[in-house]
Structures are given as C-alpha cells and as structure tokens.
Design a protein. Structure first.
Length: 158
C-alpha cells in the first residue's frame, strides 16, 4: 500500500473511488481545482489533495445529490472544506438518479436554484418545457418503433 503522500495514477484513483476513469477525466474539465500532474504520454498523477477533492466531489454528487453546477458553486464560494452540511439551495431537486458524470434530475439547464424538495413543492413546467419533453418522448417512441422493426427483421433471417 502506498503512503498517504504518494502520487496516484488515474487507475488507482478510479479503483479507490469506484468511479470510471472517463468520469475522473470529465470532472477535470468541470472542476479546474483538480490539477493532476501530467507526464510523458499524458499519464496523470494525482496528488493526495486532488484525491481528497475528488472524494469530496464524489460524495456531493452521488450521496448528497448535488448537480455539477451546485458543486462548482461550493468550490467557488470556498465552502468545500466547511464541515457543516451543504446548503439546500445547492442540492439537486431529487427528480431522478444521478449518473456517473454527476448529472441530476434537471430537465433544462437554467439558472434557477435547485432546492431539495418533496416533489409537490415544484413549480409547474412551462409550456415550452412541456413541448420539448413531448417532442423528445415522440422521438423516443419513433426510435423504439424502428428498433422493434429491426428486431423483427433480424429474427426472420435467423
């Protein structure tokens, strides 16, 4: 086992945090505070403080259900090292699971605060958002139909 002050490769950090390597690279693009050393061939070496920051970002995104925007706000305001619980206005609205990259339940990326709510407190969706959702749903249904037909065609050839 490496010492606490040792630099770690992206593979080691990925295993330690149970986060895919591509997610760590993505987080580097979203959080400029993460600055691994890059050596020949582009190999990344994370300092212990980088690993600790990644651990905190992971907890905020996956456990506390913050959006990336909320975590960025915490970092910008210097509240990442504060041991007090995060403020509710930075948390995701609980509208859905957070995926590997840390995207939460927002339908649109707007500037409103994402309050942690019980579901019934959410304002109604605007007509524009409803229209956009309907269009996406129609497209998904169309794609499902195409896939179903392709599946039938593929089944007949066997």
């Amino acid at each position: 086992m490496k010492s606490a002050t040792a630099y770690r490769t992206i593979s080691e950090v990925s295993t330690d945090l149970n986060v895919p390597q591509h997610v760590l690279r993505f987080w580097e693009t979203k959080f400029p505070q993460i600055r691994p050393l890059k050596r020949g061939g582009g190999r990344r070496y994370y300092r212990p403080e980088d690993v600790e920051l990644l651990r905190r970002i992971q907890a905020l995104l996956y456990e506390d259900r913050y959006t990336i925007k909320g975590v960025q706000r915490l970092l910008k305001e210097g509240r990442m090292s504060d041991p007090t619980p995060p403020l509710p206005e930075d948390a995701d609205d609980g509208g859905g699971p957070v995926d590997a990259e840390g995207f939460g339940g927002d339908v649109a990326d707007d500037d409103r605060d994402n309050d942690r709510g019980g579901g019934e407190d959410h304002p109604p969706l605007s007509d524009a958002v409803r229209h956009e959702i309907t269009m996406v749903l129609d497209e998904l249904k169309s794609l499902q139909s195409v896939l179903s037909r392709l599946s039938e065609i593929g089944g007949k050839k066997s």
